[in-house]
Design a protein around this ligand. Structure first.
Ligand code: TRP
Length: 336
């Protein structure tokens, strides 16, 4: 039986962190064995809100790919590719753009929230408003059946499926396939400051590439319980970032349970607790960091090149089907 196709992507705006690791990277490492997996570095999409700083986006492409390989995404099993290097994706976007109304794009709740947060003010770039259309091109180009993403991406998959239905009906074809969301990251990792989400822009994340010293510093700056002043004070578990991270990263759940008990009762100091989490994270991140350091730029480029070549031919084939369905064909037999 043929393997089902899955596709995901990341915008290369910075190094990947623990939130990405538990939210999506670990599941990609697992899924690559039983699915035909494509992982896209969405540099074109990242430009829609970083158009003033393309250098930042381009520099981060190889950083992100380094993170992928370091955590165990295997280029033999997963096709890793760079969005901007596949013209078929841009062409598909151009055709799909006509099948979506402006008001439909303006209703996308994720895009709405991003616009509010980014302070584009009056001048939202058309490219930004339309990035969900380009995302539909990404998904349909590879005929992805499953798209493993977080809940914030649900509106994108919905729009992509609307485009598929509209296209197939309008041009009387079945060349495009609908896809399903595979909700991989049900829980997002909270930031070290206790804010809802670990993110680069909030500067509250531990990166996979952080040095041991930085990891330690970040663990020791974690938000715990401001009322827990003396070791003997009873402390709060709820909202205590150290315990949230122990729940996620400490394999010895029994020990975590015992620590919670002691902390709640009083008698367990923050320093002891944080040292333990520091040990746990250092142990987990050391092999990732070492793997990352062993990867040459040339090797990463080769992986991207090979993956992009493979992805290019798949996307080109879908584009040809799309153009055939629309009857866009001039030079194929007449002129050689
Ligand atoms: N929008 C996604 C994000 O910000 C990235 C992305 C681009 C993507 N194209 C995609 C995800 C296609 C899944 C499928 O995380």
């Amino acid at each position: 039986m043929e393997k089902q196709v899955i596709l995901t992507g990341d915008r290369p705006t910075g190094n990947l962190h623990l939130g990405h690791w538990v939210g999506s990277l670990q599941s990609r490492v697992a899924l690559q064995h039983s699915f035909e997996q494509y992982v896209m570095v969405a540099d074109t999409q990242a430009l829609t809100d970083n158009f003033g700083n393309p250098q930042k986006v381009m520099e981060n492409v190889m950083e992100v790919v380094g993170d992928y390989i370091a955590v165990g995404i295997d280029p033999q099993l997963t096709t890793i590719f760079i969005q901007s290097q596949i013209p078929a994706l841009t062409e598909l976007t151009a055709y799909y753009m006509n099948l979506v109304s402006l008001s439909r794009l303006e209703r996308n709740p994720t895009v709405k929230a991003e616009i509010a947060q980014k302070e584009f003010e009056e001048s939202v770039p058309a490219g930004f408003l339309c990035y969900p259309v380009s995302q539909a091109a990404d998904i349909t180009a590879f005929k992805a059946e499953l798209v493993p993403v977080g809940a914030d991406q649900l509106p994108m998959i919905e729009l992509s499926n609307e485009i598929v239905r509209r296209f197939n009906r309008l041009y009387n074809t079945d060349c495009l396939k609908e896809s399903k969301v595979y909700l991989s990251n049900t829980s997002r990792l909270i930031g070290i400051d206790g804010k809802a989400k670990a993110s680069k822009s909030l500067n509250n994340a531990i990166f996979l590439s952080d040095t041991p010293g930085t990891i330690r510093e970040k663990v020791f700056s974690m938000f715990t319980d401001p009322m827990h002043v003396h070791v003997s004070d009873p402390g709060r578990i709820e909202g205590n970032v150290v315990f949230t991270y122990l729940d996620v990263f400490h394999d010895d759940m029994e020990e975590t349970a015992l620590l919670k008990e002691r902390y709640a009762r009083g008698g367990l100091g923050d320093v002891t607790l944080k040292s333990l989490l520091d040990d746990v994270l250092q142990r987990k991140l050391q092999p990732i960091r070492e793997k990352r350091e062993s990867l040459s730029k040339k090797y990463l480029l080769e992986i991207c090149f090979e993956g992009t070549q493979r992805a290019k031919s798949v996307a080109q084939k879908t584009l040809q089907e799309v153009k055939d369905a629309m009857g866009i064909d001039f030079f194929s037999d007449n002129i050689k």
